[in-house]
Ligand binder design. Sequence first.
Ligand code: GLU
Length: 532
Amino acid sequence: MSVRVRFAPSPTGQVHIGNIRAAIFNWLFARHAGGQFLLRIEDTDRERSTPEAVQAVLGAMEWLGLTFDDVPLYQSTQREAHLAAAARLLEQGDAYRFAKGGEGAEATVFRLPWDAERVPGVVVTGTCEISVHPDEPVIIGREGVRYAQISSKGKPVAEHKCLAGFRDLEVLDAGESVRFRLADKIDEILAGRHTESVAGAARLRFTRRSITYQDQVKGVLAKPLDGLADFVIVRSDGHPVFHLGNVADDVTQGVTHIIRGDDHVENTYRHLFLFHALGATAPQYAHLPMIVNAQGKPYSKRDGAAYVGDFREKGYLPEALFNYLALCGWSPGDDREVMTRAELAAAFTLEKVLSSPAQVDLTKLAWMNGEHLRRRPVSERLAGCRADLVAHGFWQEGMDEGYLLKVIDAMAERIKLYTDMAAQAGFFFTEDYPYDEKVMQKRLRKPGGREGLLALREAWAALPVFTAAALEEALKAAAAAHNLNPSDLIHAARVAVSGMGVGPGLYVMLEVLGAERVRRRLERTLALVPAA
Ligand code: GLU
């Protein structure tokens, strides 16, 4: 069977990177297998799933190159299909109608099957006993078993779990006598004709069954049925609930693998029963660990940019964000990091998805962006860098493009985003660059500072060629001649010609600036550093 996966977002506004990462993993999986990557917009929350919110999802996907096959399925168009599925479940006896408090409109509730063994993945794990609080009655009815657990302080803690969780249930009192045996009444109870209330119970004894499945990321996962409750699939106002829509649509779309965030693991235990009751084979599941911040907490807006749109606005390249998110919780198994979409798809397998949470590291992402940036065609880099210079008033029509190209080359290691350009390289394009006063204090406004600049002015003015190598040699010779420390001269020169304490390699920077600019800049700075 060919692979069919889907991204099933619930549009709520902005698109979180954790969400789009699920889309990326699905896309990579489908492209690797030559299968289909489908899009389902789970837009049943009409208030939050506005056209703008849907557009945000589509826009983010398009920007990241997450091409999908087939037209998107809008869940809101599937209401009739969901209600038909609910009707089928009612008819089969896999669901019942229930009104809270016994009056008003009825919801449709999915019943975890009493004969659960027929569902693939259900295993019997043995006899189990639970102590119950004697002050609360144990109530056994069609809607399940209500009892009170005993808290560490001895207080009753109400529980309501599915009937299917309690096969062979016996309710015992403190004296070990059986006060109620479910087998005696099961038919009436399942039919809703009888509810048993047992006062003064001390323990429940039953055969525990668990639902298990093999998660492609997390291994075998299991949940005891006595930890689950029957659940609403159509609300009393007639609206199908998430669980029903999600599963029914996966059946409709013929989904073979579900790759999604591990916040859905708990839902999966329920969904496996729904797939079975709807006559479908459950897909393979792969639950992705969360993306977290440095403290290990879910990564959120408070930790920095968290939405796809934030990164787009900041000037990140889509292929860099794609690459970075693909490596959040997955690795190709070798030491490759900077990869194209095609390389990622070729290498992608679920076995290599990591089972521990992936920590978001924005510094790493910026580095990766720089790597992708350097792989872009020169013409594009030129346009990207120039746009930022224009936006900050450093570039006007008619300026020298050849000079700009040299600057971009010199800055290649330092520019991680096009939007870094003005802040980091603006000084190349103006004679009115500001000085970092702290650096001025440290490097020039001190004994010997002015002397150093004078020595450099003299040494560099005499140079026949203004190349990095010649500049370096001349600086070292000047240091020796004036008995100055070469590294003091290097720092002094940098702040003098750029106003900053950090930047690209000094000699390359000087060569790019050229003899005339460097001369002018030394003069300008000397005027600010009077003789002591
Ligand atoms: N719409 C849900 C979500 O965004 C379902 C996801 C899924 O099943 O993949 O969390």
